[in-house]
Design a protein around this ligand. Structure first.
Ligand code: LM2
Ligand code: CA
Length: 465
């Protein structure tokens, strides 16, 4: 396939609830050097303050807008602008999570994070200025996912549903997206896209000036048997392919050999239009996919994400939480007024899993082998150890068993001595080497639950980086 949108097919890091200041620092120190093209950030608009319990406000206040001011618990407008510039200097574009289907679910009057006074279906703006006429007539909860009208015009978990079919609402949203563009963002994750008609999103996009030229990816939670499908949204951007993460969870909990033909699965979007991830902030909570809780299997799945040619890969990094006792609602560490504290990889709250070699070191591999095809797929007995190559540039072994495995694999790699890309965080370390013979064969031992990745850029043939 040729890619109609070169802004897609790039590695994204989704940084859930990281503050603008902490993302800026991470762009410079880790994300840019690793080779990520984009960082996806949590929603930047003004939101409800929420109830500040003993552990602060829940994370999901981010998804209850009260205006389109770029002022939030994650940082100020000035900090947002600085983050965009700092990340751009590191070669990384910012993708903003755009919450445009709805405003809050609050029925009592309140004051938003940046001081906006609101009440049910009344948001004075000026950015995101809405009154009762700007909301859909259905005021009840979405109850039937088999009914297109219900899903797109009623309230998603009680959130007041904007009349996205109206010219006025479309222009307000377009102006918000253009405002983010003026701050230098590179693209948008359109939140709850399934809950807006695809034609409304196309109309919104056409009403923008700068935003229409940026990367758009729609969050459409596809589910077999439902009337609304991700493919409908391709007229105004890529769509997320949730079946990818679900398939990975099934495979890593079953047999990973089933992943061999994933790219040709007719039930999935075509890869060049699909945004894919092992998990996101919702699926790690509802256990629809693997998450950091799954340990080695999660890291193996991330190696697969960046080495198997299908979709635009998005790695995910958030903070630790428990599924039990409502722990999935608990917000990131915050101060007494609910301002989220800068992420620190040393304090144990944020997972910082994106710094693990299975993610950080695989981005460069992904960028380098993208033009190559999949070859030399090999499945060992039992189906939970596989090896596969990418052209003459890379070879991957995934050991999804709890025993060490040794095997002589066939590869198309040039003869030489190769370092295991993911044996150490520092790519200049070469603690684990494998020798590829003149015939491409290589004797590999992969530890239980671990992977081995060979890459020409990390071999003596082409010289160490
Ligand atoms: C999304 N994608 O379509 C986000 O990825 C997801 O995280 C959002 O839900 C949702 N759609 C709306 O943008 C989260 C969270 C919900 C939470 C909402 C709004 O998963 O639990 O709902 O944000 O903050 C909360 C309460 C819910 C309540 C609602 C409205 O959990 O019980 O419903 O607020 O007050 C009465
Ligand atoms: Ca809607």
């Amino acid at each position: 396939h040729t890619t109609p949108n070169d802004q897609g097919d790039n590695a994204i890091l989704n940084m859930f609830q990281w503050t603008w200041n902490s993302i800026a620092a991470e762009c410079t120190n880790v994300i840019g050097p690793a080779g990520f093209a984009y960082v996806q950030v949590s929603p930047p608009q003004e939101h409800i303050i929420g109830v500040l319990g003993a552990q602060g406000a829940p994370w999901w206040t981010s998804y209850q807008p009260v205006s389109y001011k770029v002022e939030s618990k994650l940082g100020t407008r000035a900090e947002f602008a600085t983050m965009v510039q700092t990340c751009r200097d590191a070669g990384v574009g910012i993708i903003a999570d755009a919450v445009i289907n709805h405003m809050t679910g609050q029925t009592e009057p309140g004051i938003g994070w940046a001081g906006t006074e609101y009440s049910e279906e009344n948001y004075p703006g000026p950015e995101g200025g809405y009154g009762p006429q700007d909301f859909n007539e259905c005021k009840t909860e979405i109850s039937n996912y088999g009914d297109r009208h219900d899903v797109q015009n009623c309230r998603l978990v009680g959130l007041q549903d904007l009349a996205t079919g109206s010219d006025y609402v479309q222009q307000e949203i377009a102006d918000y997206l253009d405002d983010l563009a003026s701050l230098g963002v590179a693209g948008y994750r359109i939140d709850a896209a399934k809950h807006m008609p695809a034609t409304d999103l196309e109309a919104i996009k056409s009403k923008t000036t700068a935003a229409k030229n940026l990367y758009w990816v729609h969050e459409v939670i596809g589910s077999g048997g439902e009337p609304i499908q991700p493919v409908e949204y391709l007229g105004s951007g890529d769509s997320h392919e949730f079946n990818y993460g679900r398939t990975l969870q099934r495979a890593f909990n079953g047999r990973i050999s089933t992943l061999q033909r994933l790219a040709t699965n007719q039930d999935l979007l075509e890869g060049y239009r699909a945004g894919v991830f092992v998990d996101n902030h919702d699926t790690e909570r509802n256990r629809e996919t693997l998450s950091y809780h799954a340990g080695n299997k999660y890291l193996l799945a991330n190696v697969f994400l960046f080495s198997y040619p299908y979709g635009s890969p998005s790695a995910y990094t958030g903070y630790e939480f428990e599924h039990a006792n409502g722990g999935h609602d608990i917000g990131a560490p915050q101060d007494t007024v609910g301002k989220v504290l800068d992420a620190e990889c040393s304090d144990g709250a944020f997972t910082c899993i994106h710094r693990e070699p299975e993610i950080a070191n695989m981005v460069g591999f992904y960028n380098d082998v993208r033009a190559t095809g999949l070859n030399n797929w090999q499945t060992l007995d039992g189906g939970n150890v596989v090896g596969y190559g990418r052209g003459e540039q890379g070879f991957v072994v995934l050991n999804n068993t709890n025993a060490s495995v040794n095997h002589t694999f066939t590869t198309s790699l040039p003869q030489g001595s190769y370092c295991n890309v993911i044996a150490a965080r520092d790519l200049t370390d070469c603690d684990e080497t494998f020798t590829v013979g003149a015939d491409g064969s290589v004797d590999i031992t992969a530890a239980a639950g671990k992977s081995v990745v060979l890459w020409t850029k990390h071999s003596t043939r082409t010289g160490d980086p």
